[in-house]
Every structure is written in C-alpha cells, then in structure tokens.
Write a protein that binds this ligand. Structure first.
Ligand SMILES: Cc1cc2nc3c(=O)[nH]c(=O)nc-3n(C[C@H](O)[C@H](O)[C@H](O)COP(=O)(O)OP(=O)(O)OC[C@H]3O[C@@H](n4cnc5c(N)ncnc54)[C@H](O)[C@@H]3O)c2cc1C
Length: 474
C-alpha cells in the first residue's frame, strides 16, 4: 500500500458521501479533487433533499402547532403565507450550508471542479466544466459518489409543470388548491405534510396496504391517524393508472385493488415513487466496475468496486439511500484507500421520517424478525405515560425496544412521536455498544424528557417500569 500522502484522489459527486470522503482524504494528506456540477459541494441532500425539505417542514410544524395552541388557551390568527419569503428562507438555509462546504473545501485545499466527469479509463477522467471547456485528469484512485435521482414511471410522464418530482415540489412555485401525492414513502409524506400545512388539500395514493412500507405497523399507526386529519385522503392499495393534462388541472385515474377506477382532478401531482442510482456514468464501461441488476454499483465491505483503482459510495451503491449512510461509507472508503483496516459493517443505520409525529427506527425491526423467524422480545412504552409528552400535549407516541431474549441485548429500537428523529440516536448507540436492556434501564435519563421513554421501555422488558402498572400474575 502506497503512502496516503502521495496519493492523488478524485471524488466524483459532491453530495454527503462525496464531500465527506474528499474532506477525510485531505485530512489524511491525500491530494484531492472533488468534481460536481453545482457551484459548491452539497449534492441532492443539501440542494434538493434533506435540507430544504427540513427547512419547510420546520415551518409546517409551526403552522400546525399554532393551530393546536387554541387547546391550550392561546389563539393565533390564521397564518398569512408570504411564499417568496418562505422560499428565500429555504434558499438561504441551502446557500449558508453549501457555501460553508465551499469554504471547508478551500481550507482543506481540496481542488473543487465545477463540472461533470466521464471515465477515459480506470484512472483518467475527462471533466466537462460549467463553461463547456474540457480537462483530462489522471489520478491514483477514484471514488464514485454520483448519488441518485427520482424514479420515473412511464405512465405518469406529462410535459407540464403541474407534474412534479421531489425537486419540483421543493421549488414551491405556488400553493396549489389540491395535490395528488403518488407514493406513501417518506419523501411523499414529508412533502405532502408541507403542502397540507400551507393549505393545500392533499391526497396520497399508495399501492401497498400501508404507508411507509418497511416500517413496523405500530410505529406507522399514530402517524397515519394524524395524517388522516391533515390530508384530504389516504388511498391504500391504489395505483394511478393514468394522468391527463387538462390545461388548468391534471385528471388522474385511480385504480383500486378490485380493479375499479375513478377519475379525480388535481391542481398538481407529485410523483415520489422511489429513487434510481446514477450509475450511467459516461465511460464507466472502460473500467472494470460492475453494475448490478437494480443499477447499483457493486462494492465490497471496503467500498471497493471490481476495479482496483475505483471505490464507490452512497446512493449509487445501494439501500438505504440516506445521507448519513453515504457519509459513513465515504469515510470507510477513504480509510480503506489509506490502508487502514476498516469495513462498512454497521449494526444499525437509523431511518427517520420527519413528519409530525416523526417515525424513526434502527437495527432489527419487528417485521424483519418475524420474516426471519427470529425469536425476540418486544418492550413497548406508550408516550401517554411520559410526563414530557403530556406537558407538550403530544401523547401520540411509542418507544419500543427489540431485545434478544437470551442475551438481553438491544437489537433494534423503534420510536414514533414528536422529536423521534433526535431520540433514535440513543438507540443507535445502544445497539452499536452492544448494550443490554439492563444497561439502558440503569442509565439515569433526565426528567422530564422523551429520552426517559427509552429507559422505561427497557424497564418494561423487566416488568418494572415506574410509570406502567403491570398486575402480578396468579
Ligand atoms: C426530498 C428528499 C428528502 C430527503 N431527505 C433525507 C433526510 O431527511 N435524511 C437523509 O438521510 N436522506 C434524505 N434524502 C436522501 C439523501 O438526499 C441521499 O441519500 C443523499 O443525498 C445521498 O448522498 P450521495 O453522496 O450518495 O449522493 P447525492 O447527494 O445524490 O450527490 C451526488 C452528486 O453527484 C453529482 N453527479 C452525478 N453524476 C456526476 C458526474 N458524472 N460528474 C460529476 N458529478 C456528478 C450529482 O449532480 C450530485 O450533486 C432525501 C432525498 C430527497 C430527494
């Protein structure tokens, strides 16, 4: 293994995977070039994903909470939405963070090239820059971090701005009277919540029998109940068979499980049916990189592809397509290139849905355990028994631990409730540290906080939760 200080490394793609990799490589002394079409690093996450959606969800939450305040004796007037200002708040957030990444690149002496990269061979890239000029560059190692893009359904393709993907929805060009969200995954539910809070009548269509496929049903239930109040409709087991541009609106044909069809008219349609990896990089066929049947680049636990000079990370290598997974992979890939003994082998990758209530989980889920016929014990603490939840008038939550009955190790954590996304980090740490239920139960948690629900869920496992009475048997 050559000295990392002498390595010339290129990173293609400046998302949370790419910039985390580039920055660590520079910290380890490599000579680093980071290539991305945007003016600064950030990728999907910062420009048209995690960050702008969370800025808008923050405002949506405020609107919802100000309405709920009447139950506490405080009544606010109906909100007036200044759309231009709302958008500029969101854009300022994006500019602040991406600008910060630009400064961090310079401070680390990462060469940032605004452009698109194509492979000439395993170690040579041709970069087409923003001004149209081209440059060929040679490296010792290359990291592919080209991310993903919204999946397109051919039957839902219409050439009108009324038809949106997540990027279009985040642009928030107007507040439509009605919106059809196709897909009940996290992106559809988050963006649907934003529009609903702003006053749009939102209908969600999901072809499976439940929202958020992949999450345990007991975690989804409180969210489903709240969304039923916020949204005009949630149609499960339903698909959108066709869409038609009617000038001032879009007519969608909704098809139920029994084959029945109904036509409904919407001002806008958001298609959020998943994402596709960006593995169609020009010239990739000139390398030994292999792409799997679902379009993901194939890598080993060191994030190395079948080409010894090329690693790949983030959305382009597989699920879960999440920013924190991409960043972690980026760091592991670079450490492996530097010759460190590392592997990408997490016990828990947290997933968070930033709706209200939030849904978060990590490690083993109950659904997965059932599928694998794995013996587990589930300990649940309902938030109605949490002092903090009641003070905030948000008892609609649940914290549960999935525990190995023999070793009593915590294998999974699931939470639904306000702020679940922050709380799940404790679950991730418990799993990664191989904590036992007794470790969690014996750890003093601050009162009154939601974090106590994690401790009390562990106490539930032993039948000794302070705030839950369990009658003695026999
Ligand atoms: C609406 C929305 C909300 C989301 N919310 C969350 C969230 O809350 N939490 C979370 O963890 N994840 C969230 N995600 C997912 C998250 O954005 C992705 O998982 C993450 O951005 C993946 O990072 P990445 O580094 O793999 O690639 P990306 O962020 O996709 O970045 C890849 C970059 O590579 C560039 N690129 C592609 N091809 C080339 C080329 N040939 N040459 C040069 N550059 C190239 C692209 O233009 C892009 O800038 C959200 C996504 C969306 C769409």
């Amino acid at each position: 293994m050559s000295d990392p200080q002498s390595l010339k490394l290129a990173v293609i793609g400046g998302g949370p995977g790419g910039y985390a990799a580039a920055f660590l490589a520079a910290d380890l002394g490599m000579s680093v070039t980071l290539i991305d079409p945007e003016i600064n690093p950030g990728g999907v996450c910062l420009y048209r994903g995690c960050i702008p959606s969370k800025a808008l969800l923050h405002v949506a939450k405020l609107i919802e909470e100000s309405d709920q305040a009447k139950n506490w004796g405080v009544e606010f007037a109906a909100p007036k939405i200044d759309l231009a200002r709302l958008c500029s708040f969101k854009e300022n957030v994006v500019n602040k963070l991406t600008g910060g990444l630009g400064i961090l690149s310079k401070q680390r002496k990462v060469r940032y090239v605004q452009g698109r990269a194509a492979f000439e061979n395993s170690t040579m890239l041709r970069v087409t820059k923003a001004d149209g000029s081209q440059e060929s560059l040679t490296f010792d190692r290359i990291v592919i971090a080209t991310g993903s893009r919204p999946a397109i359904v051919p039957t839902l393709k219409l050439d009108t701005p009324r038809m949106m993907d997540s990027t279009g929805a985040l642009n928030l060009e107007d507040i439509p009277g009605s919106l059809l969200v196709v897909g009940g995954g996290y992106i559809g539910l988050e963006l649907g919540s934003v529009y609903a809070a702003l006053g749009t009548r939102v209908t969600v269509v999901e072809m499976l029998p439940g929202l958020l496929p992949g999450a345990d049903r007991d975690l989804v239930l409180p969210l489903h109940k709240r969304l039923e109040k916020m949204f005009e409709g949630i149609l499960l087991n339903t698909t959108v068979a066709a869409v038609k541009d009617e000038g001032n609106s879009i007519r969608a044909t909704l098809k139920g499980q029994d084959g029945s069809e109904q036509g409904k008219v919407f001002d806008r349609v958001l298609v959020s049916v998943g994402r596709k990896p960006n593995s169609e990089i020009p010239g990739l066929e000139k390398t030994q990189v292999k792409v799997g049947p679902k379009g993901f680049i194939q890598v080993n636990q060191q994030l190395q592809t079948d080409d010894p000079a090329i690693s790949a990370i983030g959305d382009v290598v597989g699920e879960p397509m999440l920013a924190h997974k991409a960043s972690h992979e980026g760091r592991v890939a670079v450490e492996a290139i530097a010759g460190h003994k590392v592997a990408f082998e997490p016990n828990a990758i947290p997933a968070v849905v930033f709706t209200d209530p939030e849904v978060a989980w990590c490690g083993l889920t109950e659904t997965q355990a059932q599928k694998e016929n794995r013996e587990i014990k589930v300990a649940k603490f309902p938030w109605a028994a949490s002092g903090r939840a009641v003070t905030l008038d948000r008892p609609d939550g649940l914290t549960k631990l999935i525990i190995d009955p023999q070793s009593e190790r915590v294998l999974g954590v699931g939470i639904v409730g306000a702020g679940a996304g922050e709380l799940i980090a404790e679950g991730v740490l418990a799993i990664e540290m191989a904590a036992l239920a007794s470790d969690v139960a014996m750890t003093i948690h601050p009162h009154p906080t939601f974090s106590e629900t994690v401790m009390e869920a562990a106490e539930v496992f032993f039948g000794t939760s302070t705030h839950i009475y369990r009658p003695k048997r026999g």
